[in-house]
Design a binder for this molecule. Structure first.
Ligand code: NDP
Length: 247
């Protein structure tokens, strides 16, 4: 019986660790064919080797989502290899948390480049193809931090995730006929994200809080699979999931 995932071609950004890697493994186990993007090529190659050894299909494309040409090439290589793409998961993101008063302006720039512009570049690469196919699915990974502002250390990160939810909601209403959109908004999930802060005090507090509360990355992988496996006329517009103990 078809699960509406088997044989679909999925492009996943930020597939070298955390949510992206776990989602790739889970979707491959359900029969999806994968195009995996991130900057750390060796990690992607190891993931491709694992998926292939388990009987799945995947390719790795070294990608910096802050570069539009890289994101175009990621999608183009997916189309070249598999003949089409069906789903784009805009998952790559960074979370260098710090109080605003620390003025980590370069990290603000980087968050805007990766978390917002990276998602927009993905949309720009996939939308014309989905429009031509009359089908497709764009899944954007936002955050609970895109619903409420975690002031004190997460203001700029929250701003980027509010932007992801806003552009995703607009895209849902503007998307060509047959194209689905989904926002995935997780709370604290076990990954490398909690280690991104360059501010020592913030980093220690964030890691301690995560260690006490985080849920496993496969909770997100299952949410993404749930959105994809629905019949094509069902749009799971947003999934919010978090540790029970998280506000
Ligand atoms: P990780 O740090 O484990 O993974 C982040 C991924 O993004 C890595 O694969 C990394 O790959 C990739 N990445 C970072 N910068 C770039 C770039 N410029 N170009 C391409 N890829 C990049 O964290 P998570 O798995 O937790 O994060 C995935 C997404 O989930 C992010 O958008 C994050 O904001 C979101 N999220 C996470 C939550 C959590 O608690 N973990 C909660 C809510 C949302 P590489 O370094 O190899 O490029």
């Amino acid at each position: 019986m078809s699960n509406n995932i088997k044989n679909k071609v999925l492009v996943i950004t930020g597939a070298s660790s955390g949510l992206g890697e776990t989602t790739a493994r889970h979707l491959a186990s359900l029969g999806a064919r994968l195009v995996l993007g991130a900057r750390r090529t060796e990690r992607l190659q190891k993931l491709v080797a694992d998926i292939t050894a388990a009987g799945g299909e995947a390719i790795a494309v070294t990608t910096d989502v802050a570069r539009r040409a890289d994101v175009e090439a990621l999608v183009a290589q997916g189309v070249q290899h598999f003949g089409r793409i069906d789903v784009l998961v805009n998952n790559a993101g960074i979370m260098p948390l710090a109080p605003m008063a620390k003025l980590k302006v370069e990290e603000w720039d980087r968050m805007i480049d990766v978390n917002i512009k990276g998602v927009l570049y993905g949309v720009a690469a996939a939308l014309p193809r989905f429009s031509a196919q009359g089908s497709g699915h764009i899944i954007n990974v936002a955050s609970v931090a895109g619903i409420k502002v975690f002031a004190g250390m997460g203001t700029v990160y929250s701003a980027t995730k509010f932007a992801v939810r806003a552009l995703s909601e607009g895209l849902r209403t503007e998307a060509p006929e047959g194209v689905r959109t989904t926002i995935i908004s997780p709370g604290a999930v076990d990954s490398e994200l909690k280690t991104h802060s360059s501010d020592q005090e913030t980093s220690a507090a964030v890691q301690a809080w995560y260690e006490a509360n985080q849920i496993p990355a496969d909770s997100v992988a299952r949410a993404i699979a749930y959105a994809i496996e629905q019949p094509e006329n069902v749009d799971i517009s947003e999934v919010v999931l978090r540790p029970v103990a998280q506000e």
